[in-house]
Ligand binder design. Sequence first.
Ligand SMILES: [Zn+2]
Ligand SMILES: [Zn+2]
Length: 154
Amino acid sequence: MKAFVPRIPETGADFEWKLAGARLRELFVERADIVGFADTEINLRADRVGRLVNLRGEAKVPLTFTCARCGDDFDGEMRVPIRMAMSPRRETAADLEEDLGAGFYDNDQIFLDDVVLEQIALAAPTVFYCRPDCRGVCLVCRKNLNDGPCSCGS
Ligand SMILES: [Zn+2]
Ligand SMILES: [Zn+2]
């Protein structure tokens, strides 16, 4: 999905589209604990003031992950808020470079896929748990302790 800045009305524009699971897979290629992705639904509102474009919305990322404690696979969803202020790239914009909420576009075009993928990459937790109080597995007998205590007495 691409937004051509001069065509965004001052009253704003809505963008709704899907990113294929394969794009997400590529983005998280180094994450062994993410087993699979389904298509991500994205809703974005673009408001334009002059050449500044404010993007806000949400990406819903359905995924299958491996719990870091018990090692089982679970289906889940990451909901990633998108908040970005996009301005035309200038040579001397170093002061804005540090700001995670600010981005730049070239040639009047905003590549919305790239903006969203970057936000998803930043928002992804470093570990996934099936639930906050996952009990994990017994280190001796490997039983999943979410299913009840084990009998090896550890
Ligand atoms: Zn777990
Ligand atoms: Zn045990």
